[in-house]
Design a protein around this ligand. Structure first.
Ligand code: F3S
Length: 391
């Protein structure tokens, strides 16, 4: 791989121990994937933030980096943490967990990382343009950035995204190259998905079915951004989708000449939506996977205004979005009904089992998968108005 003088100096340790360590990771990745050079990135998103997912080994890794005076060179932000820093006691997060989570966040902060922990950075103004190279790690954000925004990113791991943030570069391979961005399968949508749960169910099924192929959807005429984030998140969770196209909607639509074809029918949608449901009475309802937009929080507030919820409710979002929701009065409405707007965390990366939850409701295909597989929850899956049970 051709390195510039600046990159070679980093690799040789002339810029310090942390950039050298980071450049070694990137050079090794570039070699594995046959990258010819490294390219500058305009932002990085680092995953592996929750103590629930990285544990003590991850914390030590980050503290070691921080002790080597690691500093990021580009706009860098984080995936959701294991708790809302402003209200972890109210959420009943165990104190040992909270202590470790704060140490993780402190390590990231010392590297100059923006303390925004969200899987939906595009809801708080971080929206790279078509063709812009970035290094993001959260799979749903990767799918959104590549597909809906037209940016270029591989599906980074936590360490490679952090290495890209520290050096400002990423190896030029995979989805950074146009020749690797052609769809291999056309999905003719005969179904009429409307709700977030519909798009989540469709994505969950198709992710499993198409695995790593890039899909190009045709005949999907209703596909607002907040539904596309759910579609991408679900396909990324059950398959490995990092890019998809929607005819006449996404900024790009590039398909191989010999692409396969698949249809998705209304009957399949109904069947797969039901299939995600394996619980009965939730003790926690969760909305916001990926993190909720202001519009989605408003929708929840309107649905429960003046009512009392039958169980706990978390509406997960970025801290900045929560601040806006509070300004608009939505947070107060949700709290008065017995719910909570939780910031910079989510249902999948918080210590749900330790907090005593065993049956969780959601309207997201990605949450449905990980709540059951990682958090061992019974899952109640459905449309937002159906899972928000009120007395
Ligand atoms: Fe985001 Fe957590 Fe879902 S990170 S995409 S809300 S699993």
């Amino acid at each position: 791989m051709q390195l510039t003088k600046e990159q070679q100096k980093m690799l040789d340790g002339e810029a310090g121990e942390a950039p050298a360590q980071a450049m070694q990771i990137l050079a090794a990745l570039g070699k594995i994937y046959g990258a010819e050079n490294m390219i500058p990135i305009s932002s990085a998103q680092v995953s592996g933030v929750s103590y629930e997912t990285i544990g003590d080994a991850g914390l030590e890794y980050l503290q070691d980096y921080a002790s080597k005076n690691a500093k990021v060179k580009t706009l860098t932000f984080l995936n959701p943490a294991g708790m809302d820093r402003d209200q972890y006691e109210k959420m009943d997060v165990p104190s040992d967990f909270a202590k470790k989570q704060i140490q993780i966040l402190d390590a990231f902060k010392s590297m100059g990382i923006t303390m925004s922990c969200t899987c939906a950075p595009y809801h708080i103004g971080i929206r790279p343009k078509v063709g812009e190279h970035i290094a993001w790690a959260e799979s749903s954000a990767v799918a959104f950035a590549n597909s809906v925004l037209g940016a270029r990113t591989n599906r980074e791991g936590g360490p490679s995204a952090l290495a890209a943030a520290i050096t400002g570069f990423t190896p030029n391979y995979g989805l950074h190259l146009d020749e690797n961005r052609l769809a291999g399968i056309i999905i003719e949508v005969e179904a009429t998905p409307k709700t977030t749960a519909d798009f989540g169910a469709m994505g969950s099924y198709l992710g499993k079915k198409i695995k790593s192929k890039i899909p190009a959807f045709t005949n999907l005429n209703f596909a607002p951004e907040i539904k596309l984030k759910t579609l991408g998140a679900s396909m990324a969770a059950t398959g490995s989708t990092a890019l998809f196209y929607i005819k006449n909607i996404t900024p790009e639509f590039m398909v191989k000449e010999n692409a396969e074809k698949l249809t998705f029918t209304q009957e399949e949608l109904i069947y797969h939506k039901k299939e995600l449901n394996c619980g009965e009475k939730p003790d926690l309802v969760t909305i916001g996977c990926p993190h909720a937009s202001l519009e989605e929080i408003k929708e929840v507030a309107n649905l429960i205004k003046g009512k009392k919820l039958a169980c706990k409710l978390w509406v997960c979002c970025a801290k900045k979005t929560k601040d806006l929701a509070s300004e608009h009065g939505f947070t107060k409405i949700i709290e008065e009904a017995g719910g909570n707007v939780v910031a910079d965390t989510c249902m999948v990366v918080s210590p749900l089992r330790q907090m005593g939850y065993s049956c969780t409701a959601c309207n997201s295909g990605k949450a449905a998968k990980y709540l059951s597989s990682l958090q061992k929850q019974k899952v109640v899956f459905g449309d937002v108005e159906d899972i928000l049970l009120c007395d």
